[in-house]
Ligand binder design. Structure first.
Ligand code: UDP
Ligand code: MG
Length: 355
């Protein structure tokens, strides 16, 4: 492991979203402290109180008084686990970020192993609850199906997207903005930006205190989030292809049905002539086709606005060599100055720009 003085002042940030977890917090913190104090790197533990209505915040405050490693971000109301994790990223200073649940289901004992994998060169290390201690039919079974589906759709094959215990290089989050309940898909978004990903079997315990904050309705939200992910991955930079292909097909069908209907109407002799019943069908196809193409064009405008107003390039650069400091887009240079770009031993700079 590299020496600390080669690194930013904080090496590791543990990010723990908590929502009404008053009983678990003292035990979790004790366990975290026990494991982390044996490590050679510096660290911080960021608890995000996601609008708890029990004594969670009071418990966290007591931790701050006794432990300089602790920081609390307290939300005004319950914004959800994804928002809590996004806040954790925003307020963290570490080079490596480790997320974990605050209900004692993840075990801090796995943290050093996750970090070892990052040190090996991976950008994302995903925890896999191989021996998961949750109900079989209501939790494990739908989760297995979801993991297979997500792996197929995204092409990123992980056994356990739903496990919060994962480690990331901080820079991965320069390309990822979290919405909805997308925390489960962070590895897939990271893969879209070219991150190196691996997984590691981790310990899992049954919930001791309180109850799960999720019901079966999360299945629907996961499916919708997966649709967004697939759409952004395949068409995020070229939405006209998504709308234009069905649009053109429908327009083609509409025009040919229309011509056929016209032929059937005007070609027969005067006394047999009657309006073809296919005209409404032709009109339906044509209007759907035109609407779809126009939606695609509007989506193209939005994509350009997104990329151009924020100077967001459509690619991700890993490295520029030799780096003369001029080749980076301006916005990236600013971000880099703020985040104290890590200069590698040989003087090369590792950079990545948003997709
Ligand atoms: N959590 C949160 N906000 C929410 C829901 C959950 O911060 O709106 C936290 C929760 O306190 C826990 C973690 O996210 O630390 C995982 O939640 P939970 O244990 O209920 O999920 P499960 O393990 O049942 O999938
Ligand atoms: Mg849990």
């Amino acid at each position: 492991m590299k020496k600390m003085n080669e690194r930013r002042s904080k090496y590791l940030s543990i990010i723990v979203p908590v929502y009404n977890e008053e009983e678990s917090i003292p035990y979790l913190h004790e366990r975290l402290e026990h494991i982390l104090s044996q490590q050679s790197f510096t660290y911080e533990i960021i608890y995000i109180d996601d609008g708890s209505s029990d004594s969670t915040f009071k418990q966290l405050n007591q931790l701050v008084e006794h432990d300089e490693h602790v920081r609390i971000v307290r939300f005004r109301r319950n914004f959800g686990q994804t928002a809590a994790m996004a806040a954790g990223v925003a307020y963290s200073q570490g080079e490596i970020l480790v997320f974990m649940d605050g209900d004692l289901q993840n075990d801090p004992i796995d943290i050093p192993r996750l970090i070892e994998k990052i040190e090996e060169g991976y950008d994302v290390v995903s925890g896999w609850r191989k021996d998961r201690q949750d109900a079989q039919w209501s939790r494990k079974f739908p989760s297995q199906l979801a993991n297979q589906l997500i792996s197929q759709v995204t092409g990123v094959h992980l056994h356990d997207y739903g496990c919060t215990l994962k480690a990331y290089r901080h820079e991965v989050f320069r390309h990822i903005h979290l919405y909805g309940e997308m925390h489960r898909f962070i590895p897939a978004y990271a893969a879209l930006a070219g991150a190196r990903i691996t997984e590691l079997a981790v310990t899992h315990h049954a919930r001791q205190f309180g109850k799960s904050k999720y019901g079966i309705s999360r299945v629907v939200r996961v499916l919708l989030d997966l649709t967004t992910l697939k759409f952004l991955g395949s068409f995020g930079k070229k939405p006209l292809y998504a709308f234009g292909i069905p649009g053109l097909t429908s327009l083609g069908l509409g025009i040919s049905t229309g011509l056929y209907a016209l032929g059937r109407t005007v070609l027969p002799s005067q006394q047999h002539r009657q309006r073809s019943p296919l005209f409404p069908t032709a009109l339906l196809f044509t209007s759907f086709g035109l609407l779809s193409i126009f939606s695609g064009l509007i989506a193209e405008l939005l994509t350009r606005t997104y990329h151009e107003t924020q100077d967001k390039p459509i690619y991700v650069v890993k490295q520029i060599h030799p780096d003369q400091g001029k080749t980076m887009p301006l916005i990236e240079q600013q971000t880099h100055n703020q985040e104290q770009t890590k200069t590698q031993k040989n003087g090369q700079k590792e950079i990545a720009s948003s997709h």
